[in-house]
Design a protein around this ligand. Structure first.
Ligand SMILES: C[S@@+](CC[C@H](N)C(=O)[O-])C[C@H]1O[C@@H](n2cnc3c(N)ncnc32)[C@H](O)[C@@H]1O
Length: 421
């Protein structure tokens, strides 16, 4: 992997961690009762953000999951592709045989035939699992590499020119408190083996003073048994507090990482979290924020929010990123609910007198929806296009479009409404 002995030691330690503690911990038998969905890599999102909501799914599709772990993302996408009958290949590439064994067992329980497993470092993707790929997922991995720009460049080189990526890296502010505890554990751990380190972390968590920033960060509770409803699994604790190589990114650092690989963000998930006006009341401040560049607004939102623990971003080759996402322009576009019951949402909005109560990673928000939204929402069923919705509402196109755009801004902002067509 690398000639620097320190880096080689860290590479080995990262691999040893994921052999001992595949992440996230999953029981393959659970595939019989549920499909885990989320961002990035959810098929309707991939279509919306990277293919203008208009990909022809009859055409072959290749996806790479770099550092696919125990398989959450690749199982979801492989299942969604299989359900739609897409001629697809989904490649799971990971250094950890133990993690890959869990992902493979999950795919076997589901009877998925479109997954292929390749063991090895993602830097060697060109030899081990060459592209071109229409889609590359790298979720929770780049921030553990010795050289994240080189890792991302290796993946980018395997991306088809009209393809895109779904990435997740840690956020600086939302992880406030994590790194001092990591440093404390490093200094206390001596030569302890991995299970002994986990035991040490459990003891330290029970002994931190009230002033400690990890204790004081209410938005981070992965390490708290109360929040998990049970003892925190060893692998989760290790990943958060004992990782041998771990860094976080603020928005400008992430943009630099992307641009170094010839990529640009299409959208952060959820988009609303990256809008300064979501956090501000003062019209003058909102006006000043609106005058900033897009990159400055994303960075400002992160600084205002303070609770963004991870950055999930869909990214595309820089030359096509601005055009990659779907837009609610044409009357033939179909709005798709993304994991939400629109009828229930309409009832909640009616109860809230037009206000929609949302939660941005633990920050409650009350968002106004325009009059008529409670009537429109239950009509959005993923089948009607905008034209048909206008007719069902008994509205002319322009009146309808003004209403729809306001509803879309809020619901797409929360990643609850996507487009197709
Ligand atoms: C935190 S887990 C994330 C798993 C998965 N992407 C997810 O989001 O559920 C990180 C994964 O990256 C893998 N990994 C770390 N460094 C790697 C490298 N250089 N090449 C390939 N995989 C790597 C680990 O083995 C582990 O399975």
């Amino acid at each position: 992997m690398t000639e620097d002995p320190g880096a080689a030691r860290r590479d080995a330690a990262v691999r040893a961690q994921y052999e001992a503690y595949p992440y996230p911990p999953r029981d393959p038998q659970d595939e019989r009762r549920r499909l885990i969905t989320g961002s990035p890599s959810n098929l309707p999102e991939v279509d919306h953000y990277l293919f203008g909501g208009a990909r022809d799914w009859r055409q072959p599709f290749r996806a790479l999951f770099a550092g696919g772990g125990t398989g959450d993302g690749c199982i979801m996408l492989a299942q969604q592709l299989a359900d739609r009958g897409v001629p697809a290949e989904v490649v799971h590439l990971d250094i950890s045989a133990a993690s890959q064994a869990v992902a493979r067992a999950r795919s076997e329980v589901r009877g998925l035939a479109n997954l292929r497993f390749v063991q090895g470092p993602l830097h060697d993707v060109a030899d081990l699992a060459p592209g071109p790929y229409d889609y590359v997922d790298c979720c929770g991995v780049l921030h553990h590499l010795e050289d994240p720009p080189a890792g991302l460049a290796a993946l980018r080189a395997q991306l088809a020119p009209d393809g895109g990526m779904g990435l997740m890296v840690y956020g600086v502010l939302g992880r406030t408190g994590v790194y001092p505890v990591q440093a404390a554990l490093r200094s206390l751990a001596g030569d302890d083996d991995l299970p002994a380190r986990v035991a040490l972390a459990r003891r330290l968590l029970g002994d931190l003073p009230d002033s400690n920033w990890l204790r004081r960060n209410p938005f981070l509770n992965d390490h708290l048994p109360e929040a998990q409803g049970e003892e925190v699994p060893a692998g989760k604790l290790f990943d958060l507090l004992l990782h041998p190589r771990d860094r976080a990114y603020d928005v400008p650092q992430l943009l630099e990482l992307l641009s170094g690989a010839g990529l640009a963000p299409v959208e952060f998930i959820v988009p609303m979290q990256y809008r300064p006006e979501a956090y501000l009341q003062d019209g003058g401040l909102i006006g000043r924020a609106a005058a900033l560049s897009q990159a400055e607004r994303w960075a400002l939102a992160e600084n205002l929010a303070g609770n963004i623990r991870v950055h999930v971003v869909y990214a595309a080759p820089a030359e096509r990123a601005a055009e990659a996402a779907a837009r609610p322009g044409r009357p033939t576009v179909r709005p798709l609910p993304n994991g939400i019951d629109m009828a229930a949402l309409a009832r909640a909005v009616a109860r809230g007198k037009g206000m929609f109560k949302a939660d941005l990673s633990g920050l409650p928000l009350s968002l106004p929806l325009p009059a008529g939204a409670e009537r429109l929402l239950p009509l959005i069923d993923g089948r009607r296009d905008l034209n048909q919705l206008a007719a069902a509402m008994g509205m002319d196109w322009f009146t309808f479009k003004a209403l729809f755009d306001k509803v879309y801004r809020v619901l797409n902002g929360l990643n609850l409404l996507l487009l197709r067509g």
